[in-house]
Design a protein around this ligand. Structure first.
Ligand SMILES: NC(=O)c1ccc[n+]([C@@H]2O[C@H](COP(=O)([O-])OP(=O)(O)OC[C@H]3O[C@@H](n4cnc5c(N)ncnc54)[C@H](O)[C@@H]3O)[C@@H](O)[C@H]2O)c1
Length: 261
């Protein structure tokens, strides 16, 4: 399918993990993609793997001046912005709450929440003038169910979901849809296969997610098939948030499930 031919897409934090898979999927469906990352080597590597339809743009989304440079460069290269994916996020900022401090809070909220605000604000002004556009953000199960040692991260993701609903209302009259994607336990960091299998056991679908598992749902929300969806958070987590007890500790174990032949 070439659903995004002539569409201009920005994916932040696209030099690795989920953002990379999303950028590659948009490009495979015909879009011109701006691959943003704070890490320039990563952005360049992904853009060159995608080919001529991609450009690499190094920028730190927590800095207004760098976000302005990012958008100015995309406008110069592609002429407009049809779709923004706020994906950049710090996923390794765990600290016990008692050991947190102002800098920790400001760093995590600065990248994960303020970064999404700065990019969305620039994108919304461009999109409102054309009465069309889509803004998506990566949330986390931590927005509604807590991770231990992640007060700042979970607060940032709760903010993303609240901001998604609030931006959806403010921007709907301008033809701009705003939604979030809620990934579960996704294998984007170094992990042995043994550890990944172990972590996958807590997931109802029986495995950790891969970055590519997020790509289809994300581009769906950006597509015309989702034209009547706004202000929503689409959970893509293999069933994690739906369960009360995880598989290994449930009182009704998988061993009691009927064998169907
Ligand atoms: N991996 C998971 O299990 C998981 C679960 C829930 C939500 N998420 C969310 O999905 C998104 C992507 O996560 P991931 O696991 O692919 O992460 P990742 O660490 O694999 O990739 C994130 C990328 O963002 C870049 N980045 C970091 N700070 C940046 C900044 N200030 N400006 C621009 N780029 C920056 C990093 O250099 C990196 O390349 C994040 O928002 C994360 O919170 C991930």
């Amino acid at each position: 399918m070439q659903r995004f031919t002539n569409k201009s897409v920005i994916v932040t934090g696209a030099g690795h993990g989920i953002g990379r898979a999303v950028a590659e999927r948009f490009a495979a469906e015909g879009a011109r993609v701006a691959v943003n990352d704070v890490n320039e080597a990563r952005a360049r590597e992904v853009a060159s793997a995608i080919g001529a339809s991609a450009i690499a743009i190094q920028a730190d989304v927590s800095s207004k001046s760098q976000v302005d440079v990012l958008f100015d460069r995309v406008l110069a290269a592609f002429g407009t912005v049809d779709i923004l994916v706020n994906n950049a996020g710090l996923i390794t900022a765990e600290r016990h709450f008692l050991e947190g401090d102002e800098q920790w809070w400001d760093t995590v909220l600065g990248i994960n929440l303020k970064g999404a605000f700065l990019c969305s604000h620039r994108a919304a002004h461009i999109m409102a003038r054309r009465s069309s556009g889509v803004i998506l953000s990566m949330s986390s199960g931590g927005a509604t169910r807590a991770h231990r040692g992640n007060v700042a991260y979970d607060a940032s993701k709760g903010g993303i979901e609240a901001m998604t609903r609030a931006m959806a209302l403010d921007l709907a009259p301008y033809g701009i849809r705003v939604n979030a994607v809620v990934p579960g336990v996704i294998r984007t960091y170094d992990l042995t296969d043994e550890n990944a299998i172990e972590r996958g056991k807590v997931v109802p679908l029986g495995r950790m997610g891969m970055p590519e598992d997020l790509a289809g749902p994300t581009v769906f929300l950006a597509s015309d098939d989702a034209r009547y969806i706004t202000g929503e958070c689409l959970v893509v987590d293999g069933g994690v948030l739906s369960q009360q007890r995880s598989v290994p500790v449930d009182t009704f174990p998988l061993s009691r499930f009927p064998k169907i032949s």
